[in-house]
Design a protein around this ligand. Sequence first.
Ligand code: TXA
Ligand code: MG
Length: 323
Amino acid sequence: MTIGRDVELAVRLLRQGGVVAFPTETVYGLGARADSTQAVRRIFEIKQRPATHPLIVHIRSAAEVSHFAVSISVEAEALMAAFWPGPLTLVFRRQPWVLLQVTGGLETVALRVPNHPVAQALLEELNLGVAAPSANRFTEVSPTRSEHVEKDLGQEVDYILDGGPSLVGIESTIVDVSGPTVAVLRPGAVTQEQLETVLNRPVPVLVSNAAVRVPGQHPLHYAPRAEVVLLNASTLTDEAVALSSRGVRVGVLFNGIATRGFPSSVVVYEVRGGTEGLARELYHALRQLDDAGVDVILACAPELGGLGVAVNDRLAKAAGPRA
Ligand code: TXA
Ligand code: MG
């Protein structure tokens, strides 16, 4: 069996150059030691990810940053102090030794200290940086449970370290601190408002643009197999009825807005706990609805502001254009 809770085994495998999936508070990562070309190459092979897409290096604590990064700004220090360990990735200028394979050829490196006891035990014991993207195949939905990883990549990874369901549920906020302007490259659970409060100045959220490599902004990211349609709560039931009557198999991702009158053929996945609950359950819900065989997933976007920005971003990606 490749799945279990054996941190010692995971450490041994990583040290030997293996690829190990591990839990974090955001999503599960597909890890390899960041200083090994061969080990990192296997991540790209398993994920079927283009080599130009850089990986996040997971570290034990802020004390490790200077091993990987140079020119660490006062603002970066403030963000680390405020949000690490936690769902914040910071992009720094890299140390010359950091593999270009990890950085996707960039002069910068993304670092994160995860806030998950199993990830922390792993990094503590290993005492090496772990390069890890989310443990899903390129463009598919990120895994928030070890079963998701097992289903997607169970044949290819050396071990899946189980740490229960991820409590945040969507990928980390990515903030560029490598240049003069601190900016959000990917929204996440650490919000723009929180960043601005700590830095006491505006922190822009960069919008994707073909000329700039903004992470996680590939238009096919986070997409389930079924088509995702975002609707207002007021039109959800009507749309479900209309589609069902045409023979379309409909799934509804429903987050607490009064639901009545769905045809019995509609598969309803109910999420509780407001926007936080929706973030936590989003990828599991999309996977469950896919597994139920629906053609279309109808969902209501939460209100913008706070965590709603990141959840909307992921829902919009899931609903975005297909190849
Ligand atoms: O929450 C997370 O961030 C999860 C967990 C496992 O830590 N990881 C994750 O990794 O979402 P991944 O590879 O799916 O997304 C990481 C994003 C990529 O879109 C990549 O483009 C961006 O981070 N990234 C990595 N290094 C970067 C760099 N030097 N400059 C800009 N973006 C970078
Ligand atoms: Mg990913």
